[in-house]
Design a protein around this ligand. Structure first.
Ligand code: GLN
Length: 487
C-alpha cells in the first residue's frame, strides 16, 4: 500500500493525512515478507514496530533498511558471512543510533556480498539477491539487498557501505540513487571494516532530495571514529536548488569515447554511451559547461589492480579477528588453537573471501610490500593527484556508472578487457580520493535502468547534491521503482 513512496510523500501522509507510522510500518513489513522469497533483500526482517517517541525530523516515522554489516545491539548482524551467522552485537553503529534518535523505523537488515567484498550480490550466506527489474539478472553489490529493497519500492531509503563502488554500482543496476559523501563525513563506528582507507558509509534512495535528507541526518563528527571529519554544519537540502549555471564538469575520453568500443558489437553499451552524450547535451542546455579531457590509459587501467591490492591487504588485516575465538562459532573436537582457527575460517568463509585473504596475505608479506602494496598506493596517489588537478578547473567529473545493464547470473564477461578494467571500475576513483560521489538513473535500455555518476571535490558534498538534483531534472527518471507484483 505504501510501496514506491519517497520520504517526502510518506512525510506528507504522516503529517497531513493522519496515517500513523505504525500503520506504514505494518504494511511495509508485510510487503518485505511478500517479496523476500523471490528477491532475497533481507537477512532479517524486523517484525516489531519500534520508534523513538516524538521526534521532529524529516525521517520521523519513516521506514528504512540497514545493510547487515552495521552493528545493531540485540539484532542479528551477519555481514552475510557464515562465520558471523549467529552474531548478535552488544552495541549500535553510530549511523544506526542517529537514525534511531531521529525517529527512523528500522524494517530490516539487508543482504550483502559476504563481508562487503564483491560486486554481484551472489555471495551472501543466505543466498543470491535478484534484480527487481528482471529476476534473471543480478542487482550488483555489495549493497545488494539495500539496492533491491529500494528498487522494489519497499523502503524509501536504505543505508549501504562503499569501498570501491558498493553503493553506486548496485544503485546504477537497480535504478536508484546511491550517494557516498566525502571520506569521514559519516561516522564508520560500528561498520564492519573492510578496507579502512577506502570504506565509506552512504545511502540509497529513489531521488536526490531524499539522499540529501538522509545524509543531513547521519553525517557529523563522531569521537568514536577518529577518521570522521569535523562537521561542515551545512544543510544539504537547503542548497539543492542553488543555481548551477556555469558549473564545469569533465568526462574522461578513455572511459567513454564511443570510438573505443565501435568494434565490440555490444548494442547495449553503444546505447548507454549514446544516451550519455545526449544527457550531456541536455545538461549543457541547462547551463552546465561540460568538456572532454584525457588521462593516460595506463593509469586508468591500473585502478582496478591497485584497488584490489590495497583493499585485499587491508581486508586481510581487518578481518584477522574472525578466528572462531573472539568471533565466529568455535569448532569442537580440535587439538590446538591453530587447528581451531583453521577449521573456523575454512568453514566460515566462501571461496571469494579465501581468495582475497590469500591475495592480501601475499601482498603484505615483507618481501612483496614494496613491489605490490606500496606501488598500488603510488598509483592511487597519481590518480588522486590527477583528479585533484582537474578539480582546480572543474566542479565535477561525470561518467556512465556502468557500460551496460545488470548482468545475467550466467554472465562470464572477460574481466581483463579494457571495457571491464576501465569502464566498469572507474568508480573506485571516488574511494581513492575520498571524493563525494553519486549515481542516479539516467536511461533505460531494454527496460533495464542504467546510472550516471557524478563525483566532486572533497568536502563539497553540498555542491555534488546540488548538481545531481539538476541532472535528475533532465533525466526524467526521478522516483522510479520496479512495480513487479503490484496489482
Ligand atoms: N566491487 C568491489 C569489490 O569487489 C567493491 C566492494 C565494495 O565497495 N564494498 O571489492
Amino acid at each position: 500500500m505504501y510501496r514506491g513512496k519517497s520520504i517526502t510523500e510518506l512525510r506528507d501522509l504522516i503529517d497531513n493525512q493522519g496515517v500513523s507510522p505504525e500503520e506504514i510500518f505494518k504494511s511495509v513489513v508485510e510487503d518485505c515478507h511478500k517479496y523476500q522469497d523471490e528477491y532475497n533483500s533481507f537477512v532479517t526482517i524486523i517484525d516489531k514496530f519500534k520508534m523513538k517517541a516524538r521526534k521532529d525530523t524529516l525521517i520521523t516515522g519513516i521506514p528504512y533498511a540497514l545493510k547487515d554489516n552495521f552493528s545493531t545491539a540485540n539484532i542479528l548482524t551477519t555481514s552475510s558471512s557464515n562465520i558471523l551467522k549467529d552474531y548478535i552485537p552488544v552495541y549500535d553503529a553510530t549511523v544506526y543510533k542517529k537514525l534511531k534518535n531521529a525517529g527512523g523505523v528500522l524494517v530490516g537488515k539487508t543482504v550483502l556480498d559476504e563481508l562487503a567484498m564483491g560486486g554481484t550480490g551472489t555471495t551472501g550466506h543466505t543466498g543470491v539477491v535478484k534484480n527487481p527489474w528482471d529476476k534473471t539478472r543480478m542487482i550488483g553489490g555489495s549493497s545488494a539487498g539495500s539496492a533491491s529493497s529500494v528498487a522494489l519500492g519497499l523502503v524509501p531509503f536504505a543505508i549501504g557501505s562503499d569501498t570501491g563502488d558498493s553503493i553506486r554500482k548496485p544503485a546504477s543496476l537497480g535504478g536508484v540513487v546511491g550517494f557516498k559523501p566525502t571520506y569521514g563525513r559519516i561516522s564508520r563506528y560500528g561498520l564492519f571494516a573492510f578496507a579502512s582507507s577506502l570504506d565509506h558509509v552512504g545511502c540509497l534512495t529513489r531521488n536526490v532530495k531524499d539522499a540529501a535528507i538522509v545524509t543531513d541526518i547521519i553525517k557529523g563528527q563522531d569521537e568514536a571514529d577518529m577518521t570522521s571529519l569535523k562537521d561542515d554544519l551545512k544543510n544539504y537540502v537547503d542548497t539543492l536548488e542553488n543555481d548551477i549555471k556555469g558549473r564545469k564538469l569533465f568526462y574522461i575520453k578513455e572511459v567513454c569515447d564511443k570510438e573505443l568500443y565501435k568494434d565490440s558489437n555490444d548494442e547495449v553499451l553503444m546505447k548507454v554511451l549514446d544516451d550519455f552524450y545526449k544527457t550531456l547535451d541536455k545538461l549543457r542546455e541547462e547551463g552546465f559547461i561540460i568538456e572532454e579531457i584525457s588521462i593516460d590509459k595506463n593509469l586508468l587501467e591500473a585502478i582496478y589492480p591497485s584497488y584490489m591490492s590495497i583493499s585485499c591487504a587491508e581486508a586481510t588485516s581487518n578481518n584477522a579477528n574472525l578466528t572462531g575465538i573472539q568471533f565466529g562459532p568455535r569448532p569442537e573436537g580440535v587439538a590446538s588453537y591453530q587447528e581451531l582457527m583453521m577449521k573456523a575460517r575454512t568453514e566460515g568463509f566462501s571461496e571469494l573471501i579465501k581468495r582475497r585473504f590469500i591475495l592480501g596475505s601475499f601482498i603484505l608479506q615483507k618481501e612483496n610490500q614494496e613491489k605490490l602494496f606500496l606501488n598500488a598506493c603510488r598509483v592511487r596517489r597519481l590518480i588522486v593527484d590527477k583528479i585533484n588537478d582537474l578539480f582546480k578547473t572543474y566542479d565535477g567529473m561525470i561518467l556512465p556508472a556502468s557500460g551496460g545493464i545488470a548482468p545475467k547470473f550466467s554472465d562470464d564477461s572477460e574481466k581483463l578487457s579494457d571495457r571491464y578494467l576501465i569502464l566498469e571500475n572507474h568508480l573506485a576513483i571516488g574511494n581513492f580520493g575520498g571524493f563525494p560521489s553519486i549515481t542516479l538513473p539516467f536511461t533505460m535500455v531494454n527496460d533495464m535502468p542504467v546510472g550516471i555518476n557524478l563525483t566532486g571535490r572533497v568536502c563539497e558534498d553540498d555542491v555534488v547534491l546540488n548538481m545531481a538534483n539538476y541532472i535528475e531534472k533532465v533525466t526524467g527518471l526521478k522516483d522510479i521503482y520496479s512495480k513487479v507484483g503490484e496489482e
